[in-house]
Design a binder for this molecule. Sequence first.
Ligand SMILES: [Zn+2]
Length: 252
Amino acid sequence: MVKAESFSYHLGKTIDLKKAQKKAGGNILGNILEIKVDELEVHVFQSGRIRLSVPGKTFNELQEAMLSNAMRISSIIQKIGGKVDVQKVMKTGKQDDPEDYDTSAIEGKGLVSSEVVRGIISSAYRVSQDFQVERIMTQAGETVGRKLVKQKNPKNRAMLVKEIKEYVEKEGFGRIEEGEKRKLVDIVFKVYGCPFAAGAPNINKKVCNFTRGILRGAFAEFKGAETISVKETKCWAKGDPYCEFEVYSLAA
Ligand SMILES: [Zn+2]
């Protein structure tokens, strides 16, 4: 497992990086402001996140560096707009979660082309076995689906479906529609223009494991149950003109 060696504190409000730079100094690099305190790097995100790290050093070493530079860190945060001291930062901030990316650091819409996505997937099939590629992609999608539900906290099934649809379209995973009702199936989704597969020749594989994972993660998190199974029943890469997923709730 990957461990994050950085520490994050949230100011609880968005930050205008140019104004922050005027007050606290540092360099704007892309969508973040970097301020150096000796070997310690303070990264200010537009989202209000302040991340501290010492490149190449462990979290314990970082904590030592933070304590010995407490006054300077405190003064930087105050200049940016937080009326806090390092004691409070230490108490309310936390070691980063390796899967918690702050997308405010990405410039533009942050979307990569479907060519890149397909390149990654076809290379994965080339260097690894099918079941391993499937597991990795499904796991990656599940993380995303669970995070979506945790963030949006939909109150009912219709809201869950709406959040999934919006997310899939916004992030460039194609256009998703609810399909017709089927016996024993919780819900059917059809995906048009799926970037993993749309336009693919028939290779007799269902390749949209990432999308399958999003659906499984979202429904499992929403229901608070692990007994959710998602099957891809149609796929461009299997010769179909769209991809289709069936969501099942299995009896515990
Ligand atoms: Zn597919």
